[in-house]
Design a protein around this ligand. Structure first.
Ligand code: Q9C
Ligand code: ZN
Length: 343
């Protein structure tokens, strides 16, 4: 299987994540991509290809243009305000205040566009987030032109990013942008299967009213886990999209047997939808040793479900999402891909 990457994804080198009341070294770090790339080479998965540039048009087919401009300019506006640290939201539009205008001050803008406070914006964020989209679109182009599967080493991840919101380490929704680009290029139906430990709230929101992109997600129950305010099983889509959103929440601490049973149910739904393309939002924070996930998957379980996914027998695009056990991230992500290839 071919993989795609871009060195500019490493330009995001944030030093601060707000966690447990402290500013700590971010879990979503550039070494994650290095470890995956090293593992791809070690097992000989296939060539690691450079990404092409696609510009902002495919990003703006999913995200509001004002939001894209905000991500582009936030760091310089933050610096112009005279702050010393990285840009972190501290105030939000909430119940009983207004959210129908964007404040002028950077503090107001940050709260308007942030869905969570853990994720800081710094000097390389815009370039890295754009490069991550280029990686996704380059891998998509290979799947579309060859029918073969491909893997995008996206970083920063994307599935928490909504039409006009960032957070959960995500800025642009790589999977949603790829799905939209595939539709524009002629795919009739696209299915997104999100196996990250966290619910893909952004992807869900982007396609909630549509039936041309099916969103199916396995994740930890939002009653107990980030992103908390979306991801329950009764969220089935709206209007034309009714029935095209499928959430499979699992309790904290779920083991592989429970997770695999939900995956098989999710896959039956995808098969019945008959998609031209399957996009796998590949988070490996379901790993037992993940520092923030509670699920109990072992490294060999990733190979097992990779094999299972090949049973869909559809053109398949894998895009990297979460996974924070950096020492094993390459093993786990690449196990999915080798499992898929071996089937
Ligand atoms: N103190 C993705 O996996 N909450 N994002 C972290 C740790 C945010 C995860 C809490 C988790 C975001 C793409
Ligand atoms: Zn995650």
């Amino acid at each position: 299987m071919l993989s795609f990457h871009d060195a500019r994804t490493q330009n995001r080198r944030s030093t601060s994540e707000l966690a447990g009341g402290l500013l700590v070294a971010p879990l979503e770090c550039p070494e994650r991509v290095d470890m995956i790339a090293a593992r791809i080479r070690e097992v000989g998965l296939g060539e690691l290809c450079p990404a092409q540039a696609y510009g902002r048009e495919p990003i703006e087919a999913v995200h509001d243009a004002d939001y894209v401009r905000f991500i582009e300019q936030a760091w310089s506006e933050w610096q112009a305000a005279g702050y010393d640290g990285e840009a972190i939201a501290t105030v939000w539009p909430t119940r009983r205040t207004r959210a129908d205008f964007v404040p002028r001050h950077i503090d107001g803008k940050l709260g308007y566009y942030a869905l969570a406070a853990e994720t800081a914006i710094e000097a390389g964020t815009w370039e890295a987030a754009r490069a991550s989209v280029d990686v996704a679109l380059s891998a998509l182009e290979h799947v579309r032109s060859s029918g073969e599967p491909a893997f995008g080493l996206c970083r920063p991840p994307g599935h928490h990013a909504a039409v006009d919101q960032y957070g959960g380490y995500c800025f642009f929704n790589n999977a949603a942008i790829a799905a939209q680009a595939a539709r524009a290029a002629g795919a009739a139906r696209v299915a997104i299967l999100d196996v990250d430990y966290h619910h893909g709230n952004g992807t869900q929101q982007i396609f909630y009213h549509r039936d041309d992109v099916l969103f199916t997600s396995l994740h930890c129950d939002p009653l107990d886990e980030f992103p908390y305010y979306l991801g329950r099983a009764d969220e089935i889509g709206t209007g034309a999209g009714e029935g095209a959103n499928r959430n499979h929440p699992l309790p904290p601490g779920a083991d592989y047997a429970a997770w695999r049973a939900e995956l098989e149910a999710a896959m039956a739904g995808i098969d019945a939808y008959d998609p031209d393309l399957v996009i796998v939002s590949l988070g490996v924070d379901t790993f037992a040793e993940d520092p923030i996930g509670s699920f109990r998957l072992a490294s060999e379980d990733f190979s097992d479900y990779g094999r299972l996914l090949a049973g869909l027998q559809r053109p398949t695009l894998f895009l990297m999402e979460g996974g924070y056990a950096v020492d094993e991230i390459g093993i786990n992500a690449v196990n999915v891909l080798t499992g898929f290839d071996s089937a």
